[in-house]
Design a protein around this ligand. Structure first.
Ligand code: S3P
Length: 176
């Protein structure tokens, strides 16, 4: 029914995984989270990979598994890690294999309050000690990453209208 993968990207905490699993039900297509795929294959959490192998090695692993997922014949909904589009040739690969690439754009305010509560699971931000520091960090980091995120075919503004509204917007824009 669909002949190109659907790819969901955006900053940590923007709801990529939740949106993808909701789309899985709506569209009756499998959804795969790249971070979870890596964790299952290596039998290690993302934090453990960062701690034991370092970020450079993680980015190599991420690139390798992204290519594997994109090469699968069965079309699926793939949610990327927040940094995936910004390393190696990942964004070129995504655009080569998918006509349906969606960037979920969420404000720094919403991201920082969501992420502060669960920062210990996220190696990139776990050592940031206050919400205001986190907000400063995210605003700079997001600015640097925007050049990659904006290459998505569609930017879906999540103006706090919730997951259902994000999913509806994606479904309306799909190229089958
Ligand atoms: C990262 C985001 C994480 C995970 C890793 C690095 C990043 O994914 O891939 O911790 O660089 O933004 P989520 O966006 O799914 O949390």
């Amino acid at each position: 029914m669909i002949n190109s993968h659907i790819v969901v990207l955006g900053y940590m905490g923007c709801g990529k995984t939740t949106v993808s699993s909701k789309l899985e039900t709506i569209l009756n297509l499998p959804s795969i989270d790249l971070d979870q795929f890596i964790e299952n294959k290596l039998n290690m959490s993302i934090s453990q990979i960062f701690d034991t192998k370092g970020q450079i090695e993680f980015r190599k692993i991420e690139n390798r598994f992204l290519e594997i997922l994109l090469n699968k014949k069965t079309k699926s909904i793939i949610s990327l890690g927040g940094g995936t589009p910004c390393y190696h040739n990942n964004m070129d690969l995504v655009l080569k294999y998918s006509k349906n690439v969606f960037f979920i754009k969420t404000s720094t305010e919403v991201l920082s309050s969501r992420l502060y509560k669960e920062k210990s699971k996220r190696p990139i931000i776990k050592s940031i000690s206050s919400v205001s520091e986190l907000k400063k960090f995210i605003s700079k980091h997001l600015f640097e990453r925007m050049i990659f995120y904006n290459q998505a075919h569609h930017v879906i503004d999540d103006n706090d209208n919730g997951i259902d509204s994000v999913c509806r917007k994606i479904v309306n824009k799909l190229i089958l």
